[in-house]
Design a binder for this molecule. Structure first.
Ligand SMILES: O=C(O)CCC(=O)C(=O)O
Ligand SMILES: [Fe+2]
Length: 301
């Protein structure tokens, strides 16, 4: 894939536009195309902006599903896209209904599919959830993809403490789960139990994907309980003084952790071309409490 467009031109020229479309048509993933641009001297910000604008425009022209980067030629390479939770944002409303309340739409992005919302929880509800979780916190584990039972393991990339609530285990949790289901048009039963994480100073969660690696030994055991993860809703339960945002490195995006704010993102296939790589940035000052709701394709039990 030869790229000869002058990287010092900040605007998207017709040649660059065509090159980006050719890459997508040939099945080159967005991160690979980005790397090719960086290799010939593009700055990351400008390259990402060009990729994002050309691909989303191109997809609209083709009337493709949001979040779907590859076209027919590449569909053998990536797994098939499946339906994902999403919000009713047609007409770009300022507020969107979430069960018993309206929440403010702060920003929405097509690729990666990311929506930031304000006011999904009140400060009082955040405090209640922290109080319920606090006595149950343990050092966070991640799924061990090498073990056939999908067991958990300690992970150096994840220096937080965590716990899981049972679905519907208390009134505040059940109300939140119903609110999320209404917001995203996705059944409560397809959600995993709410996870709460606590990060102290310097603690972080390095960039990762939330979907299960389909080829990993652990995949069959994990997928048996409701299929793939297809979406994540993160809820900030407090406001760290500095740091602790959620980063999307392939989109150059960082969502600030603010009490009551939520970030939703989805991934319609277990593939990096969803650009859903994300991480919890190190807490610089203060502490961070966040709740994670993972959504499965089917009923999770
Ligand atoms: O703490 C964050 O901002 C990210 C948490 C996360 O990625 C997860 O729980 O899967
Ligand atoms: Fe995650």
């Amino acid at each position: 894939m030869a790229l000869t467009v002058n990287p010092h031109l900040a605007s998207v020229t017709p040649e660059l536009r065509q090159w980006i479309i050719d890459q997508a048509e040939a099945g080159v993933s967005a991160p690979k195309a980005l790397q090719a641009m960086l290799d010939v001297g593009w700055s990351e910000d400008v390259a990402l902006a060009a990729l994002e604008s050309v691909l989303s425009e191109h997809l609209q022209e083709r009337n493709a599903m949001p979040g779907q980067l590859h076209t027919a030629a590449a569909s053998e390479a990536a797994p098939a896209a499946v339906p994902v939770p999403d919000l009713a944002l047609e007409g770009s409303p300022a507020w969107v209904r979430a069960g018993d309340r309206d929440v403010k739409v702060v920003m929405s992005m097509k690729l990666p599919r990311v929506v930031v919302l304000e006011g999904l929880l009140t400060a009082d509800e955040c405090e209640q959830i922290i109080a319920l979780a606090r006595p149950r916190m343990r050092r966070s584990l991640t799924v061990n993809s090498q073990s056939a039972d999908g067991g958990d393991e300690l992970n150096e990339d994840r220096t937080s403490e965590g716990m899981f609530f049972e679905r519907g285990e208390s009134a505040v949790i059940a109300a939140l789960e119903q609110r999320i289901a209404d917001l995203l048009g996705w059944p409560v039963a397809n959600g995993e139990g709410l996870q709460v994480l606590h990060y102290g100073p310097k603690a972080e969660y390095k960039p990762h994907y939330d979907y299960f690696e389909p080829d990993a030994p652990s995949a069959p055991a994990l997928l048996r309980r409701g299929g793939q993860r297809v979406g994540t809703l993160l809820l900030y339960l407090n406001t760290p003084v500095a740091g602790g945002g959620t980063t999307f490195p392939n989109a150059g995006l960082e969502v600030a952790a603010q009490q009551g704010t939520a970030v939703f993102f989805s991934y319609d296939k277990p593939h990096p071309n969803t650009l859903s790589l994300h991480g919890g940035a190190p807490v610089v000052e203060g502490e961070k409490w966040v709740a994670t709701k993972w959504l499965r394709e089917r009923e999770f039990n």
